[in-house]
Design a protein around this ligand. Structure first.
Ligand code: FAD
Length: 585
């Protein structure tokens, strides 16, 4: 047997530092190592990836590729534009591969894709090595230690974590990398499906263009540009890459007081430039930062700081444990975690009702099933059957609710791809149980599209938390769109930045302009109008919508609705939910 020939498959780990999977690949002492990114259509063609997350991904890939080349001039990240399930069998054969190595991914789509790839590898005689590195603990192990149940609280995570022992210390980045070996793509292939009647020259040309298509327009496996994938309007100032991630972490940790006394509930959601939390989440999502490195660098500061240091759940390390908690919940529940229907842990709430839930004739939000074109998986969603609720949803999404605090956050989310955790609380509560009474699944899909840190487990878990359908149950505690932001930012600096219509509105009215005397509004150059759209102007004044509803009324409607849903006590896997008979209750 010759020396191993290894494909290292980058996915959730766009870094060289602290990568247990990369270390395992290098420990094989391979003759050659191919660093590969396969352009999985599941991600490429899914509608819900906004331009800002694309930009962040390409930043990460470019940075990683440059770092690989620094360690070996002949190497780089080889981006190959085909689905792993069809690509790998051809690569293994053409490049005489003995091993495939990658980081474990417990997202439900990734699990099924990886199972398929592992089965193909077995058939092809390729050995597969999979290592955990995306979370502090292996989510499956966390679940095992939690008696096979989803981790639904910080206590459960800490308890299970204690049994597993402390998260492993980070490992250093490699100092060198092996050559990649020959990268010819001249597969003796069926693709493209050549017509047997086509002459040999034509077939040869087809094969060449297929091969160069795989390796990109220049045939050099380069990272695509935004133009190549047709993305024009990335607007986020937050950019990706391991180099930036490590620098960002250094800056946080250098400030020992900040690191050791970080207490999430005391961080202002209205702070910007700089924001009050670390903004490292997109790096954790793409793996340009290792969560173990983050954890241990913070923990080492905390350990030597003394009694004034904060502890989980509010500390920085506590935030990373929350992340593991959601990964554990997802690992146990699989694809049902991401939806209400079929989910034994998610309370069923008959969302979307136009008025008080006592009117049972309005209860007609039957689940509809659609098929995701790229993955072929079945996805269930609720149609909003109430035009009023649909309009609430549209106005929430586009930042034109007439509540400046909510609108500022949604406009920041769309533009920057990131908002503070308590800002996420505010808009999620407002859309679901604290205003609009629209399903958390609708909100989660907007976050999925716009967040640069979108992480299925964290997004879904937090939406369930905020909508009081899982993890948290105090549905009578709602965020006021006026009193809550005022506590953090009396002058309304944040709102004035993102809602320029409020730029000159007096401080007293900046969160509730509908209470301002008409002369004050006139002086501020703004006019309030029912149903105004974004960017409207009239007679030289900026036009801002009147609030789309009376918040106190809506809050009561939502609390009544939630109370009734809790009394009925159905969960997503209840037969009455599955067959729609809940309507008759
Ligand atoms: P910091 O406060 O600096 O925390 C450090 C790290 O801890 C974060 O980078 C993140 O990885 C992790 N973390 C912190 N809070 C949480 C939390 N509540 N749940 C899980 N991990 C946490 N986070 C995501 O990473 N991806 C998402 O898609 C996502 N969707 C969310 C949706 C809603 C409705 C809500 C309320 C929260 C969501 N969060 C999500 C959690 C949290 O808001 C972000 O992780 C955090 O705001 C990121 O900013 P930061 O890096 O400055 O966090």
């Amino acid at each position: 047997m010759g020396k191993p020939r290894v494909i290292y498959w980058f996915r959730t780990d766009l870094r060289l530092h602290d990568s247990p999977a990369l270390k395992a690949a290098l420990d094989l002492k391979p003759e050659c190592l191919y660093p590969i990114w396969t352009w999985d259509p599941h991600y490429v063609y899914r509608a819900r990836v906004g331009p800002n997350r694309w930009q962040f991904l390409l930043d990460c890939q470019n940075d990683l590729s440059a770092s690989i080349t620094k360690l070996n001039k002949k190497s780089k990240l080889h981006v190959i534009r085909e689905a792993p399930q069809t690509l790998f069998p051809k690569l293994w054969k053409a490049w005489k591969i003995s091993h495939l190595v990658f980081e474990k991914d417990t997202d439900s789509y990734a699990r099924s894709r990886d199972e398929e790839v592992i089965a193909l590898a077995k058939k092809a005689g390729v050995e597969v090595i999979v290592k955990t590195g995306r979370t502090l603990f292996d989510p499956d192990e966390l679940v095992k230690q939690n008696r096979g149940k989803p981790t639904m609280s910080m206590n459960q995570v800490q308890h299970a974590g204690e049994t597993l022992g402390e998260p492993a210390r980070p490992i250093d980045a490699p100092q060198s990398l092996p050559d990649p070996g020959d990268t010819k793509l001249d597969f003796d292939q069926e693709q493209p499906a050549s017509d047997p009647d086509v002459n040999a020259v034509q077939r040869d040309q087809d094969e060449k263009s297929y091969a160069s298509g795989l390796a990109g327009p220049k045939g050099d496996f380069s990272v695509p540009t935004l133009e190549e994938i047709g993305i024009k309007n990335a607007t986020s100032p937050h950019r990706g890459g391991e180099t930036r991630a490590l620098k960002g972490l250094d800056e946080i940790i250098k400030d020992e007081d900040y690191t050791a006394t970080f207490a999430k509930p005391n961080t202002a959601p209205t702070d910007f430039e700089p924001q009050s939390t670390t903004l490292l989440s997109p790096h954790l999502h793409f793996g340009s930062l290792s969560c173990r490195l983050f954890y241990w660098r913070a923990q080492d500061v905390i350990s030597k700081y003394g009694s004034k240091a904060t502890q989980p759940p509010t500390s920085l390390t506590g935030q990373l444990l929350f992340r593991d908690m959601y990964f554990g919940a997802q690992a146990a529940l699989g694809h049902t975690f991401a939806q209400t229907v079929g989910n034994p842990n998610c309370r069923f709430v008959p969302w979307h009702l136009p008025s008080r839930v006592q009117d049972s004739s309005d209860r007609d939000s039957a689940p509809v099933t659609t098929t995701n074109a790229a993955s072929g998986t079945q996805e269930r969603d609720y149609q909003i059957d109430s035009p009023e609720a649909e309009e609430y949803f549209r106005r929430w999404k586009h930042g034109i609710t007439g509540f400046p605090w909510i609108d500022a956050l949604m406009r920041q989310l769309r533009h920057d791809g990131w908002i503070h955790h308590l800002g996420r609380h505010a808009v999620a509560c407002f859309l679901t149980r604290g205003g609009c009474y629209v399903s958390w699944e609708r909100g989660a899909s907007v976050f999925e599209e716009w967040l640069i840190d979108h992480e299925v487990a964290c997004n879904i878990g937090n939406w369930q938390w905020l909508s009081c359908t899982a993890f948290y149950a105090q549905f009578y505690r709602c965020y006021s769109p006026v009193a809550f932001p005022r506590k953090w930012d009396k002058e309304g600096r944040f709102v004035r930045k993102w809602v320029p219509e409020m730029a000159d509105v007096p401080e007293k009215y900046v969160y509730e302009p509908w209470k301002a005397p008409i002369q004050d509004l006139k002086k501020a150059g703004v006019m309030l109008k029912k149903g105004a759209e974004l960017g409207e102007e009239e007679g030289g004044s900026k036009v801002y919508p009147k609030p789309m509803f009376d918040f106190n009324d809506r809050r009561q409607i939502c609390i009544d609705g939630l109370k009734q849903a809790y009394d009925v006590g159905l969960y997503g896997n209840d037969p009455k939910v599955l067959d729609g008979s809940w309507r008759k209750l």
